[in-house]
Design a binder for this molecule. Sequence first.
Ligand code: SF4
Ligand code: SF4
Length: 401
Amino acid sequence: MPTAPTVSIARCDDYDAPKVYAAVKKALEQVDGIHKLVGQNKKVLLKLNLLTSSLGPEYAINTHPSVARALVDFFQKETGAEVYIGDSSGSLRFGSTNKAFKLTKLDKVTEETGAKWVNFDQDKFIDIKKSNGATLPRFRMARTVKDVDLVVSVPKLKTHGLTKYTGALKNTLGVIPAKGKKDVHIQAPKPSDFAQALIDVYEEVKPHLTLMDAVIGMEGNGPNAGDPRKIGLIMASTNGVAIDAVASSIIGYDPLSIPTIRYGQERGLGTADLNKINVKGERISDVAIPDFKKPGNIAQDFALNYLPGFIFAKLFDVSCESYSTVYEPNCTKCYACIKNCPVQAITPTGTDGTARVDKEKCIGCFCCDEVCDYKAIVMERHALGKVFLRIAELLGSEKTR
Ligand code: SF4
Ligand code: SF4
């Protein structure tokens, strides 16, 4: 019988460095078999979540530098490891990943510790070919991910307008360099296909360990335009499905209503059944935040939990498919959205040159929303989705923005 995965939860009130180090150490040491796993003198990659290249750590979008620093210290001191920090940011603007690195104050971390920065957009690449039937049959990923001995995924706990929630299973998308991420959206335009594509990538990377920054997470309109919300936790696990199941339930979701978690379980990558997960440290009920604000995502937990696969995907798509619009008073004409749109649906043809979206071309991928720092992108549901939204509100199954 396979052993139950461990998900470890440690409290951490704020980003004060000694407190974060203590919580990271505690969370890691509660994971079963951690000492055997981390070993000695290995090459360790910390795959952070560096979505924004223009908003600092106080916005709770990227993995916080204190968490990165604590992990570097842990691996260097406890195991003598050679530590690498890497990611590719969510923006296609030239130089955005290096900008995200500096803005997140990771340059200080590498200077002070000797850890090495790997910009995945400039790394050597390897081409991955998946077996027949994969949503993402081919993609290109940063070679460092395969060259190291230990991959540690370090996501931020946030809501996400397209996938409802983002944590461990979605964080591995960043191993694909900038333009490749654009292709993922083109190949998998439907929300359910995009979630399967995320699992295709996760399956290939299969991080040995996940350490989640849930000290200050993001609620509401995540992953970029939501509001920071204190969760006060650092979490760790060797299993991405299990840690996402626990983290999503802490913020009030049923794990199986989150498509990545559901597909991860269906594809044999772990269990989302909270009764089969060995939760160590804090109890879920003691740290749960039931009033955590969810994005305006109308897929209904109560229905999605019990529906068979293909109906789940259909309902999820109908209820989540969106198109973007621009709220002109907030638009600064920075045009980051234009550069990030994978299907060239945005042009500077709004009033006085503000951005405007061609609804017919838009595939609802949220790439513009992820890079707009001015809350000028508004994601709208299609008509049928709005009907579901109304039903969801009437049934009170999910809070919407
Ligand atoms: S919508 Fe946002 S990202 Fe696009 S041009 Fe306006 S301010 Fe910039
Ligand atoms: S307009 Fe925005 S949501 Fe629509 S396809 Fe372009 S980037 Fe994606």
